[in-house]
Design a binder for this molecule. Structure first.
Ligand SMILES: *Cc1c(COP(=O)(O)O)cnc(C)c1O
Length: 370
């Protein structure tokens, strides 16, 4: 039982993907052409933003978003302690300082109260991460950010299509970043990323930064990069975007089955949606006080699992210079010790999911006392 398999998604649309690739080959334009232009418009519209700027990957998208907002040396950016390392690395690459805050125990997302308390005179921006496909409480985050005159950059890498109070993620912040890494809900056949914004001025800056900083033949004040979403990936993503909503519906259906089967187990805490939240289950993350033993047990039953994420950001040795210590962010630390991601992907078979459920259920028997 693999953790993730993209092939059931790709099999029924293989022909359409191949034809799209063929059109790019025949068209002769492989970078910054019409396939990218079309996909930028389509994905931005999907998110409820007016502009999309394709870039090479999600880390670059986050980095360029911060640079476009003028975030740099001397600035602090608030980042949840429980997220993928790229969220914090983007801040470091921009020359600013990540300021980690603890997360909410129920959602695993940034806790708005901790966010508000962490604001200092140097804080320039906040990066809410819609982790596991669960949207952050964007109502509260936007109003706190507004009251303190902070920029908001959503990290939408895991939440393509998620909604907070009916509105799609990737449309709340001034400029937002996403990744189309192959395992994401909308995944390329390689690396790709995008910024979404409804500010034409920010879009112009971000686009320039992704292309050496060139605006026409002039250079932007900040040195730019070469980070672009190529025509082949854009054409593939355009085909796949048509199926994203259907895949997200399927993810929610699989999640509901897990919930129904696992909720009653005493040693498992399953994710539950709150009011206002419409998630897209990029990952199905349960919690168990016996996480490591459960993981071994599942592996013995042929079920692959992963941990997102085993080390909270403030405890990474490479980020120790920021002064993080054990105990700083107790909820993030608890989640790192107890979270377990179960297999979930569109096209996952009923019997595959039953196998995961059976393996988890039998753990209770084996563990006896738990
Ligand atoms: C995948 C991911 C990224 C980075 O995206 P890449 O395309 O791999 O650079 C950033 N943030 C989060 C939350 C992610 O899941």
């Amino acid at each position: 039982m693999p953790f993730f398999d993209p092939r059931p998604m790709h099999l029924p649309i293989k022909q359409a993907m191949a034809e799209a690739v063929q059109r790019v080959i025949d068209g002769g334009q492989y970078v910054r052409g019409s396939a990218l232009e079309r996909f930028e418009k389509s994905f931005a519209t999907f998110c409820g933003a007016t502009q999309g700027i394709g870039v090479g990957n999600g880390l670059d998208a986050l980095h360029i978003a911060l640079r476009s907002l003028g975030v740099g040396p001397g600035d602090e950016v608030i980042v949840p302690a429980n997220t993928f390392v790229a969220t914090a690395l983007a801040v470091v690459h921009a020359g600013a300082v990540p300021h980690f805050v603890d997360v909410d125990a129920t959602t695993a997302n940034i806790d708005p109260d901790h966010f508000e308390r962490a604001i200092t005179s140097r804080t320039k921006a906040v990066i809410p991460v819609h982790l596991y496909g669960r949207p952050c409480d964007m109502g509260r985050i936007m109003s706190i950010a507004h009251a303190h005159d902070l920029h908001v950059v959503e990290d939408n890498a895991q939440a393509h299509g998620a909604r907070w109070e009916g509105r799609r993620t990737g449309s709340f912040g001034q400029i937002n970043a996403t990744s189309f890494y192959p395992t994401k809900n909308l995944g390329a056949l390689g690396d790709a990323g995008m910024l979404t914004t409804s500010s034409p001025a920010l879009a112009t800056t971000a686009r320039a930064l992704s292309n050496y900083g060139l605006i026409g033949s002039r250079l932007a004040p900040t040195p730019g990069f070469n980070s672009r979403l190529d025509e082949l990936q854009a054409a593939i993503l355009q085909v796949k975007l048509e199926h994203l909503e259907r895949w997200n519906v399927e993810r929610r259906r699989l999640a509901a089955i897990y919930e129904g089967q696992l909720e009653r187990l005493p040693h498992i805490v399953v994710p539950m949606e709150r009011r206002g939240e419409h998630g897209v289950y990029h990952l199905y993350v349960v919690r168990s006080p016996h996480r490591d033993a459960l993981r071994v047990h599942l592996a013995q039953h042929g079920v692959a699992t992963l941990v997102h994420y085993p080390v909270p950001l403030h405890l990474h040795a490479e980020l120790a210079y920021l002064g993080g210590r054990p105990g700083d962010h107790p909820t993030a630390e608890l989640l790192a010790d107890t979270s377990l991601s179960l297999p979930l992907f569109p096209g996952m078979l009923e019997q595959q999911q039953a196998r995961v459920v059976d393996a988890i259920t039998s753990f209770r028997t084996v563990a006896g006392a738990v």
